[in-house]
Design a protein around this ligand. Structure first.
Ligand code: ZN
Length: 336
């Protein structure tokens, strides 16, 4: 039956030219962020990990990697990778994991920011960069990829180094090209109690996005890491080139300063955003700026609802008219 053969041939052609899952180019006009894991601890299926890409790019940069495959499956269920991405099987998630992630930025080496990458690393393909501060990539090599905690999938350290991941230390404040994407990144250090965390400032043309790893406020750090970052971001805010940021608020306001361990509350986050507004021209400078609030720590207590509290406290104190958004696992967000 020629008709059936023609139909079969057409199907094969369609398959041959179908884009790989998640590889259709990002839509024009702003960054795209897919939340793979959003919580600040406790549940190992929903820990800090985001995929970000620029307009026109096929592949994403992963921003931290606490949860990967379960987050990709959740995102597939919600259509975050578009039509043609397939179902939500482990194999479907594996295709996104292997083909659509160009590389990784790790803000700091705490387990809840790297566990997903470590666990899945044995089944990744290719050779991918892992960017971070020198202290972060040193910790990844020394503490995890050492054949004791996990096989050495990196390109250095305890032999044999299997070379799947190129550990790439980036100097503070020096722009670098993110391989496999059109993005440029610049790393800045953050105070996070006993570990140095970091912020990655991403650029695509004159559009910018700031991804903050865990951090506490300058006042508790007795330092000025955030003040320095606000000075970098202020000119971008002034000309509306900063399209958004993702920053933590791990705890509600009733957690005392002495028990924050290098994290923010809504009150501290608002105080820091005020410091940015001061640099950027005053109380109206941040009006409409999209701020994704991440890393809210769940609670095992009945009726505590930290997420609800953090959301309510940020909205109540939002005299800057910032647009707070609270990503959910699997959700795709746009920062136009
Ligand atoms: Zn941390």
């Amino acid at each position: 039956m020629p008709g059936a053969r023609l139909f079969a041939a057409a199907c094969l052609l369609a398959l041959a030219f179908a884009p790989a899952p998640g590889r259709a180019a990002a839509p024009a006009g702003g960054f795209e962020l897919v939340a793979l894991g959003v919580d600040g601890g406790l549940e190992d299926g929903n820990l800090s990990a985001y995929l970000l890409r620029a307009p026109g790019d096929a592949r994403y940069l992963a921003l931290d990697a606490g949860t990967l495959l379960p987050g990709i499956r959740q995102a597939l269920r919600q259509g975050a990778f578009g039509a043609g991405a397939g179902g939500d099987s482990l194999a479907d998630a594996g295709r996104v994991f292997r083909r659509s992630i160009a590389g990784y930025f790790i803000s700091h080496a705490h387990l809840d920011h790297v566990a997903g990458l470590l666990i899945a690393s044995t089944d990744d393909t290719g050779r991918k960069p892992v960017y971070g501060l020198q202290s972060t990539v040193d910790a990844l090599s020394r503490d995890y990829l050492n054949w004791s905690a996990w096989p050495n999938m990196a390109d250095r350290g305890a032999p044999p180094a299997l070379g799947r991941y190129a550990l790439t230390a980036e100097p503070v404040g020096m722009p670098f090209a993110v391989a496999g994407t059109s993005l440029e990144g610049t790393v800045y250090p953050l105070w996070h109690d006993r570990v140095t965390s970091s912020m990655l400032l991403l650029r695509s043309g004159d559009a910018w996005f700031a991804y903050f790893g865990d951090t506490g406020p300058d006042a508790l750090a007795h330092g000025d890491d955030l003040a320095r970052i606000w000075r970098v971001l202020a000119p971008l805010v002034r000309r509306h080139a900063l399209k958004g940021m993702a920053i933590e608020s791990s705890y509600p306001n009733d957690v005392p300063d002495g028990r924050l361990y290098g994290h923010l509350t809504p009150a501290w986050l608002l105080r820091e955003l005020h410091a940015l507004a001061d640099q950027a021209g005053g109380v109206n400078a941040l009006r409409g700026l999209e701020v994704a609030v991440v890393h809210i720590k769940p609670s095992l207590e009945v009726d505590r609802d930290p997420r609800g509290r953090v959301q309510a406290q940020l909205r109540a104190g939002n005299d800057l008219d910032v647009r707070f958004v609270f990503p959910r696992q699997g959700q795709r967000l746009h920062f136009p």
